[in-house]
Write a protein that binds this ligand. Structure first.
Ligand SMILES: C=C(O[C@@H]1C=C(C(=O)O)C=C[C@H]1O)C(=O)O
Length: 182
């Protein structure tokens, strides 16, 4: 009987060969999950003196993802742009929630989660997953099919996560840099 060809260990496969994902849905699912966490972020800050915008935290995230992009063989500028969009999308949702809670006090959150101990670690886990998915989809994102696939993927993720109008607006804001990563 013929001996099966040995499968090379993952570590020996070049980055380009592992960038084989054929769908952007895992990526847009992560964007949707990150946007749903904006509710917890806003609940952590609403009624406190902590502003929605935290430029120092944003800088830390962007520096971190740029460095990790290089380690993954990705363009740090392109990866940084994707995360800048995630941050803008998140703040868009937070502002929308503030407006909703100002206008409808009965909808205000009844609990205040701990931003640093609870919510940011959840955001950080998504960051790691997004980086892995960006690597996995790098070939796909460089191709002609990226824009139409992204539209379809986002629609699926919005439906799957039952996003309301505000979070749908957030998801739209999260997308513009995805296909620019060549
Ligand atoms: C999510 C937060 O709010 C804002 C949005 C951020 C993000 O999307 O990562 C980071 C800092 C803040 O400007 C936060 O403070 O953690």
């Amino acid at each position: 009987a013929p001996t099966p060809t040995p499968v090379p260990a993952f570590a020996s496969v070049p980055a380009s060969a592992s960038a084989r994902a054929n769908s952007l849905v895992p990526l847009t699912d992560l964007f949707a999950e990150r946007l749903l966490l904006a509710d917890k972020v806003a609940a952590a800050k609403y009624g406190t003196d902590k502003p929605i915008d935290d430029p120092e935290r944003e800088r830390q995230i962007l520096d971190d993802v740029s460095a990790r992009a290089v380690a993954l063989g990705l363009d740090p500028e392109a990866v940084s742009a994707v995360f800048r969009d995630q941050i803008e999308a998140n703040k868009l949702v937070q502002r929308g929630l503030y407006a909703r809670w100002d206008a409808h006090p009965e909808q205000r959150p009844t609990e205040r989660p701990d931003l640093v101990k609870e919510v940011r670690p959840q955001l950080d886990r998504i960051t790691t997953q997004v980086l892995a998915e960006l690597r996995e989809t790098s070939a796909l994102r460089a191709g002609r099919s990226c824009a139409p696939r992204l539209t379809v993927a986002a629609a699926r993720s919005a439906y799957g996560h039952e996003l309301d109008l505000l979070h749908l607006e957030g998801l739209a804001r999260a997308l513009p840099s995805v296909c620019a990563g060549r």
